[in-house]
Write a protein that binds this ligand. Sequence first.
Ligand code: SME
Length: 159
Amino acid sequence: MSSNGISELHENVIDQVLDLNGSPEVILQATCDLLHDTMPNWSWVGIYFLQGDQLILGPYQGPETEHEKIKVGEGVCGTAIKENKNMIVNDVSTIENYIACAPNTKSEIVVLIRYQDQVVGQFDVDSDNAANFSEQDEKLLLEVADLVGPYCRVLSAKA
Ligand code: SME
């Protein structure tokens, strides 16, 4: 762990995100691929764009999901928007309005993506392991969210 509380693995991921180039679509897909392939037990990594009162599925890596649209207030994803806060759920079976993407999912993290203080989307990450996500993971996703916020702003307008 370095002095700023970010692990070497996290620094490495951020460096790799900084090295990405291409269109917003390419960068966001590559970001999901990178997080999925690098972070331990991140079984599904996706971006939802916020459009009005709905979340629209953007790029993702992991098993296919049928949840292409989620209303604000529904599930962990919609609750994060409604309450304007990031969510770490250690055991998804405790969430009343949970929307199951894959039957094996045990824990989940949602981190809001902002552009100029406006929420434009979110990272949604599932794990097959219970309590897989830490505050360090939230910090990592927040840093990555800062980097990709402008691309999400562009694509959420198109979604
Ligand atoms: N589990 C999320 C739905 C999205 S899928 O996991 C891809 C939720 O409860 O909002």
